[in-house]
Design a protein around this ligand. Structure first.
Ligand code: S3P
Length: 433
């Protein structure tokens, strides 16, 4: 609630959500034991864990080390029909990626989710699984959860995806690993490649016939168990990165953070805006690039444009990046970001409405927005979260930046990705005198 706040110190944010989902779900490709360390405590990942348990995996958390667990998998052929609805909660990754897994299994899986997930588009993956041979039926609204997938012997296909969605790509590759003939999935641009890195780490064979294109064949034998260490989540670290770049005198280091090239838009954009960011101790852990990221306040940021062909590498970070944009010198433009309308809320409308309320100069477009930067954003208003975790965390950073603060509708949604966000923010926050 004051401009005289800065962020200081070092912190490892919780494990990466995307990698955690994949570690849990890909365990089904093994016959044996998978050991995971650093698993995300996000409620979304618990949704994946519950659904995988319903298919016959045994997941045992380590009583002495948070984020460490073993997954005992009977192998793909021994997965069992779920006895009840697979409840994906709020998690788009769980429902879409798992649809691809069960599309090749000879049983019926019924999926559902919360009110937000029920509104999100599922045809982008289910129509393609149907082309491979699965039967999909929607229970209430066409293209939305709840729906059921009747698995079968799939046939491989070639797909040129119109949207660079890592979730859809991953679902199709999991289906392809069970299909007769080859399956090729091409993306229109770079997206997170956690799936391919984990495939390599676990020994799943695949080929890359051209840039952003992957081919898989039917898996000939179950893989052995493996161990994986999940790095910290750059999408969670992004809130503190933007906070430190905007709050005077800040100096923070985010330890052990994943820096997958399909996720680093937040670093690229802040650097283009003139932020002081150092990538330290770069290394590889379980096939993923990892580093410590130091961010120091370096004065007012400059304007920039986020172009459509780079959106996929920071699709979840655009809400928090827009705060840096609203405070920049010059203009901050976001183009080609229509995908934001299909996330946990319509994030384009939500962010531009909130920004206008806190005093920013915003112009909306169909698939983005333009901000004329200002030195100060007054705030002293409500901040609507739409029960969307990333909007809530953005609001808590805005609360430190605006002299008048903001009043969040709720913060409970934050547990979807980062249950200890408020404690970690408090740990880094220092009042300047
Ligand atoms: C994710 C991919 C992204 C992202 C989501 C997680 C993943 O979705 O928004 O939070 O783990 O593959 P899309 O692939 O649909 O863009």
């Amino acid at each position: 609630m004051t401009t005289e706040t800065s962020l200081h110190g070092s912190l490892a944010v919780p494990g990466d959500k995307s990698i955690s989902h994949r570690a849990l779900i890909f365990s089904a490709l093994c016959k044996g034991r998978v050991t995971i360390t650093g698993l995300s405590p996000a409620e979304d990942c618990q949704s994946s864990a519950h659904c995988m348990t319903a298919l016959g995996l045994t997941i045992t958390p380590d009583a002495n080390e948070a984020g460490r667990l073993t997954v005992d998998s009977p192998g793909l052929d021994a997965l069992t029909a779920p006895k009840s609805v697979l409840d994906a909660g709020n998690s788009g990754t769980t429902i879409r990626v798992m649809s691809g897994l069960v599309a090749g299994r000879p049983f019926i899986s019924k999926f559902d989710g919360d009110q937000s997930l029920r509104k999100r588009p599922m045809s982008r993956v289910l129509d393609l699984l149907a082309q491979m041979g699965a039967t999909v039926s929607f229970e209430a609204k066409q293209g939305c959860a709840p729906f059921s997938v009747t698995g079968t012997q799939l046939t491989g296909k070639h797909f040129d995806l119109p949207v660079a969605s890592a979730q859809v790509q991953t679902a199709l590759l999991l289906a392809g690993l069970q299909a007769e003939g080859s399956t090729v999935v091409s993306l229109p641009q770079i997206a997170r490649d956690h799936t391919l890195r984990m495939f390599r780490h676990m020994g799943v064979p695949f080929a890359e016939p051209s840039a952003n294109s992957v081919r898989v064949e039917k898996l000939q034998k179950m893989l052995d168990g493996f161990s994986i260490d999940v790095p910290a989540d750059i999408s969670s670290a992004a809130f503190f990165m933007v906070g430190a770049a905007c709050l005077k005198d800040s100096d923070i280091t985010l330890k052990n953070c994943g820096v997958n090239p399909g996720r680093t838009l937040v670093i690229d954009v802040l650097q283009r805006m003139g932020a002081n960011i150092e990538i330290l101790n770069a290394r590889e852990v379980s096939g993923e690039p990892v580093a410590d990221i130091r961010v120091r306040y370096a004065g007012r940021l400059q304007g920039t444009t986020i172009f459509g062909d780079e959106v996929a590498s920071g699709v979840d970070e655009i809400p928090i990046l827009s705060i840096a944009g609203a405070l920049c010198e010059g203009q901050f433009v976001v183009e080609g970001a229509g995908e934001l309308r299909h996330k946990e809320s319509d994030r384009l409308t939500a962010i531009t409405t909130n920004l206008r309320n806190i005093g920013a100069d915003v112009q909306d477009s169909e698939d983005g927005f333009t901000l004329k930067g200002q030195a100060k954003l007054p705030g002293n208003c409500e901040w609507a979260t739409h029960l969307d975790h990333r909007l809530a965390m953005t609001g808590l950073i805005v609360n430190l930046i605006c002299p008048g603060g903001v009043r969040l509708q709720e913060t409970d949604s934050i547990k979807i990705s980062y249950p200890t966000f408020q404690q970690d923010l408090d740990q880094l926050t220092r009042q300047l005198v």
